[in-house]
Design a protein around this ligand. Structure first.
Ligand code: DGL
Length: 264
């Protein structure tokens, strides 16, 4: 059982930022990644639709023998994580949420910018995070319409992406934000651009390393850690190949060849 892969999914390439952190933290684990590129974006779809997609993907990953599932998508975690845990009580799940708590801890000005999707902001899960951790700070939210599409297209530094990101963060900067929470797994791809716009003295919080550490704790508790010296990495997407191989190879630093058009 321990040698079996960890299943990871997202709507597209975003979850690769989490896969990257998992490979760093748990280099002996094999991974099976699924990007639902045929149905991206998730952020503007209904919670019911996201629950349905997440259930189909989880079923697909478990059928292929995954020993644990990482929901490497804030939007899917917000809409579906509780549902998935109820449906598969035996399977270990690790999900994501915007790093409101670390953001509230890190800010000096008391103003935190949260970048996430409309679906995440609408969720109960986000409302509960705000209640629990943000009572003493001001959270400024933006659903970043169009940003996921720019990132999927590999436009991490293009003038359009920069203009879009400036429109999003300038009002936050004007209101004193000194800490920016990346509440969507796609956004770490544009972290260098964001840092350039907000300046080096301001903080960006990417929760992916914390998620990898949480996964490590869960696997340890369940006695599921792998000790294989040669882990395998497989990548599947529901849509056409497009730039996936190129972008994944660039991020992960080893050659990636995705199985495009994978059916659930
Ligand atoms: N990467 C996803 C997240 O973390 C959402 C992107 C999308 O809208 O599909 O929320």
């Amino acid at each position: 059982m321990n040698h079996l892969p960890i299943g990871i999914f997202d709507s597209g390439i975003g979850g690769l930022t989490v896969a990257h952190a998992i490979i760093d933290t748990l280099p002996q684990e094999s991974l099976l990644y699924f990007g639902d590129t045929a149905r991206i974006p998730y952020g503007t779809k209904s919670a019911e639709a996201i629950r349905q997609f997440s259930e189909e993907i989880t079923h697909h990953l478990l059928r292929q023998g995954c020993k644990a599932i990482v929901v490497a998508c804030n939007t899917a975690s917000a809409a579906a994580l509780d549902h998935l845990r109820r449906k598969w009580p035996e399977a270990p799940f690790v999900g994501m949420e915007p790093a409101v708590k670390p953001g509230a801890k890190a800010t000096q000005t008391g103003v935190v910018g949260v970048l996430a999707t409309a679906g995440t902001f609408r969720s109960q899960r986000y409302a509960s995070l705000m209640r629990r951790y943000a009572s003493g700070v001001t959270l400024l939210q933006d659903p970043c319409i169009g940003l996921v599409e720019q990132i999927e297209a590999g436009k991490f530094q293009s003038p359009e992406t920069e203009a879009l990101l400036r429109r999003i963060v300038q009002p936050m900067l004007d209101q004193g934000a000194d800490t920016f929470v990346l509440g969507c797994t796609h956004y770490p791809f544009i972290s260098p651009l964001l840092q350039r716009i907000i300046g080096e003295s301001r903080t960006i919080i990417n929760p992916a390393p914390a998620v990898a550490r949480q996964l490590s704790r869960v696997l340890q508790q369940k006695g599921l850690l792998s000790s294989t010296p040669s882990p395998s990495y497989h990548f599947q997407i529901s849509g056409p190949r497009q730039q996936f191989d190129f972008l994944a190879t660039g991020l992960l630093g080893f050659p990636v060849r995705v199985e495009a058009g994978t059916e659930l």
